[in-house]
Ligand binder design. Structure first.
Ligand code: NAD
Ligand code: DAU
Length: 332
């Protein structure tokens, strides 16, 4: 099995590459990544060169993609502009990568009849009220809020159309918020951990009561592999690990685990259009493919993640000041 993994130098992609090479000795991986601000070759260090190759390039480059795709049995498509706050500052690269990039890959998959798995997000469904007993399912209507989530929703719809109209052998997964090693310091959990480690106070948007449904990134990887190998073509699978927590609860846990008072955080300007709550019902994935998460103790997973950031300051330090300056400029 030769896999073309787009976005493999990013957070979830690099974790997936390590996971699949570890779990499947017969698999070979090519990573296609343009090394945007969010990608780093340092996240892929130490992989076996006999089974792993890196290609730097843009997924919207039709010539490059057209040459690579026929050399592979499947595409696992992680590459995206992934951060909501950035999409509010400038949506332009989100349209390019998430929409034009996905279209370019789909066209190549169609031309060469290559299996395609599309990585998406629960944010395509919009948000839920805090007191709503409902969770997202595969039949929840699309209702995205931000430039990021609307371009992800658009890319999902392209995949669905390419399955139905052209017979592309594709599946889609929509996952909830990931945490774990190699996540960029712009994102919530790494930002707060590295704030404390550098003497800054954690920053909570608004009242801090928004809820996210956390899953360890290794559990996301195992779910993607299950869908790639055993998922039904044309189907969508929601991935989640029953990890609902308010942002305030998460910050308090980070502070406690780092030996700080649990109220040593600041409330800052809210994100415009801030989704209130995400919650995933992953029954279909569990029942159909027998998948279950391994990281069921969020506090233990968080403690391990904190330890990783303690031990890898050389990985995150170069990006930290610029990220904080951009947040400070908008009162966050
Ligand atoms: P990330 O920002 O850490 O990584 C994205 C990677 O894509 C980077 O390595 C970047 O260099 C690369 N990339 C960006 N534009 C590219 C282009 N035009 N051509 C080639 N490579 C390009 O993102 P992530 O958090 O790892 O997310 C990966 C995927 O998972 C995304 O599709 C995202 O929508 C989805 N997702 C993320 C989460 C989450 O919690 N982070 C949850 C559900 C789904
Ligand atoms: O749900 C899946 C999505 O999760 C993915 O599709 C996205 O790629 C990923 O970035 C993530 O989106 P969020 O917007 O939920 O993640 P973020 O880490 O930016 O923020 C998580 C929550 O924390 C959100 O409610 C905003 C809040 N927040 C964020 C930052 C950076 C803060 O309160 N303070 C902060 O400093």
């Amino acid at each position: 099995m030769r896999l073309l993994v787009t976005g493999g130098a990013g957070f979830i992609g690099s974790n997936f590459v390590r996971y699949v090479l570890g779990e499947r000795p017969a698999v070979r991986v090519t990573v296609l990544d343009n090394l945007s601000y969010a990608g780093s070759l340092r996240s892929l260090e130490g992989l076996d060169p006999e089974r792993f190759r890196f290609v730097r390039g843009d997924i919207a480059d039709a010539d490059l993609v057209g040459g690579l795709v026929p050399e592979h049995d499947a595409i696992v498509h992680f590459a995206a502009e992934s951060h909501n706050d950035n999409s509010l500052r400038d949506p332009t690269p989100f349209v390019h990568t998430n929409l034009v990039g996905t279209f370019t890959l789909l066209e190549a998959a169609r031309r060469h009849d290559v299996r395609f798995h599309h990585i998406s997000t629960d944010e395509v469904y919009g948000d839920l009220a805090l007191d709503d007993p409902a969770r997202f399912t595969e039949s929840t209507p699309y209702n995205p809020s931000s430039p990021y989530s609307s371009t992800k929703a658009g890319s999902d719809l392209l995949v669905r159309a390419w399955v139905r109209s052209f017979g592309v052998r594709a599946t889609i997964s929509n996952c909830s918020n990931n945490y774990g090693p190699y996540q960029h310091v712009e994102k919530f959990i790494p930002r707060q951990i590295t704030n404390v480690l550098t003497g800054l106070r954690p920053k909570l948007y608004g009242d801090g009561l928004n809820v996210r449904d956390w899953i360890h990134t290794e559990d996301h990887s195992s779910a993607v592999l299950a869908i790639l190998e055993r998922g039904r073509i044309g189907e969508t699978y929601l991935i989640g690990a029953d990890g609902e927590r308010s942002n305030r609860e998460v910050v308090e846990a980070i502070l406690e685990l780092l030996g700080e008072p649990s109220d040593a955080y600041d409330l800052v300007r809210d994100r415009p259009g801030h989704d209130v709550r995400y919650a995933i019902d992953s029954s279909k994935l569990r029942a159909e493919l027998g998948w279950a998460p391994r990281y069921t103790d969020f506090r233990a997973g968080l403690a391990a993640t904190i330890q990783w950031y303690r031990e890898h300051e050389d990985w995150w330090r170069p990006a930290k000041d610029e990220v904080e300056a951009a947040y400070a400029a908008q009162g966050q």
